[in-house]
Structures are given as structure tokens and as C-alpha cells.
Design a protein around this ligand. Structure first.
Ligand SMILES: Nc1ncnc2c1ncn2[C@@H]1O[C@H](COP(=O)(O)OP(=O)(O)O)[C@@H](O)[C@H]1O
Ligand SMILES: [Mg+2]
Length: 254
């Protein structure tokens, strides 16, 4: 599915290096987790995978289904099935949520989606996520609470049907009940789309109680320094990241 090889990047027009020979392989249907201290480059990784213009790639490659996507624009990557649930979703005043979703859906399927089918899918999705139906007519993310923004990102996932999903701190802003609802939706999506893969960026093991990962990786100094399973997330919760550098670990997922 997704192969990141030896990727180094910095913030554009600066020599501030963030990822340093970063490698990760995510196979079809796998769930991977990236954990790491604040400011280590987790969100940067997710944005670089999506093709954010603010970062410059110095070396390495990103392959989706064996094809390099480095030269593709964000919309082209999205059409190929990549999806990012952003840590801090963007507000677009004047563009209604439904308008945005319908335009995105039409663009991804490259044909006009039947309006009746679209509305039905939207209504079902909002119900599944316990989202107030008025939210669909409001400007995208404008005045949405932290939790509503995150639920709305998952509504986008349900509508756009991506195959490689990246969740950047989905759990921040969600209360306990909402986190469960959102995770239930993600689990049903994965059940219906068995080859879809997930990359979860998180600080806390709580989300992993609902979505069981295959691998947990620790990101430090621009690369993965240790790989384990759910137990590793629990260890981090208990002991923090101290001493992680002393433990050498290979990326067992490769
Ligand atoms: N566009 C940018 N301009 C300047 N600094 C940036 C930019 N993007 C990221 N950084 C810096 O890179 C580091 C990694 O950021 P980020 O990927 O957001 O970390 P996190 O692991 O907390 O998600 C931080 O020190 C951040 O300030
Ligand atoms: Mg972040």
C-alpha cells in the first residue's frame, strides 16, 4: 500500500530539517501507529505524505501501490485514495460543508454523483456519527467545536472512501463517548473495506483500546527509533519517552 523510503525533508526555504532518512512500510489492511514527543515531526510526516507545499523533500521516495507519488499534487494524491484527518482542520468561511463534500466526491469519482444517493449517504453518515444535521449547511469547520471538527473529518472519510487513511491526533478534542462513536465508525469502515490501511498518530493509548494496531512506532530525531505492538504504547504512557534512544529497534514492519 504505502512505502516511505529513506525520506528526508525540511521546511521550505529554511535549513530546518524535520524527517531524516525516515522509512516505513504499510501493507494492505494494516494498522500502524506513530507516537512521539511534541514537535518531533508527526504532523509534518502526515502533511508530507499528502504533498503539502510548505515542505521540501531532499531525498527518498513515497510510493502508493508501488508508484511514486512525490510529483503528484495534493488533489491527485487524494484521487489515488490517500486521506488525512487533520490535527487542526481548516476553516473555509463561505463554503458550506455539503457543497465542499459534494465537490470533493464528484472530483474523486470523476463523474457527477447522483444527488439523491449523495444526500442519503450524507444523512446516514451524520446519523452514524451523531452529528447534528444543521452542520451540513454551515461553513466548513466555522465555529465547529473541536469534537465536531474531528467527527466531520470522519464524515469526509465515509463519503470519499479512501484506501490509505492517516489520522493525526484524532483523539484530541473528542470526549470519551465521541471517541468511541468515531472509532466504531472507523472500525466498520475497515470491516467493509478490508484492504484499507490506517496510520494513526497519537499521544495516548486510549484510541488503541478501540482500534487495535498491528504495529506501534516511536518517532524521534526524524526517524523511527523503535517498533513494537500495543504494549509499547502502554509502556510510553507509563514511562514517557525517556530512554527510548537507548533501545535500538529495527522497523519490523518492513
Ligand atoms: N511550516 C513550518 N514552518 C516552520 N516550522 C515548522 C513548520 N512545520 C513544522 N515546523 C516545525 O517542525 C517541528 C515538527 O512539527 P510537527 O510535525 O507539527 O510536530 P508534531 O510531532 O508535534 O506533530 C516543530 O518544531 C515545528 O515547529
Ligand atoms: Mg502534530
Amino acid at each position: 500500500m504505502l512505502v516511505i523510503k529513506d525520506l528526508s525533508c525540511s521546511v521550505k526555504d529554511s535549513d530546518y530539517s524535520i524527517l531524516d532518512h525516515f522509512s516505513l512500510t504499510i501493507n494492505d489492511g494494516e494498522i500502524h501507529v506513530i507516537m512521539g514527543p511534541n514537535g518531533v515531526g508527526k504532523s509534518t510526516l502526515s502533511k508530507v505524505i499528502m504533498g503539502h507545499y510548505q515542505y521540501e523533500i531532499h531525498s527518498g521516495d513515497i510510493l502508493l501501490d508501488k508508484e511514486s507519488i512525490l510529483n503528484l499534487d495534493v488533489d491527485e494524491r487524494s484521487r489515488k485514495g490517500l486521506f488525512l484527518c487533520m490535527q487542526d482542520p481548516t476553516v473555509i468561511d463561505g463554503v458550506s460543508n455539503s457543497e465542499f463534500l459534494r465537490t470533493a466526491k464528484n472530483s474523486i469519482t470523476s463523474k457527477k454523483v447522483n444527488l439523491y444517493t449523495f444526500i442519503k449517504e450524507l444523512e446516514d453518515g451524520m446519523k452514524d456519527l451523531s452529528l447534528d444535521e444543521n452542520m451540513i449547511h454551515r461553513s466548513l469547520n466555522k465555529g465547529f467545536s473541536g469534537g465536531e471538527k474531528k467527527k466531520n473529518e470522519i464524515l469526509q472519510m465515509k463519503i470519499l472512501k479512501p484506501k490509505m487513511i492517516i489520522l493525526d491526533e484524532l483523539d484530541s478534542g473528542l470526549d470519551v463517548d465521541s471517541l468511541k462513536i468515531v472509532c466504531d465508525n472507523i472500525n466498520s469502515y475497515l470491516k467493509e473495506n478490508r484492504t484499507a490501511s490506517l496510520l494513526i498518530i497519537t499521544h495516548y493509548p486510549r484510541i488503541l483500546e478501540y482500534i487495535k494496531p498491528n504495529f506501534v512506532h516511536i518517532l524521534k530525531d526524524g526517524k523511527i527509533v523503535k517498533t513494537g505492538d500495543y504494549q509499547l504504547a502502554l509502556e510510553i504512557e507509563k514511562n514517557g519517552y525517556h530512554g527510548i534512544n537507548d533501545i535500538s529497534g529495527d522497523d519490523v514492519s518492513e
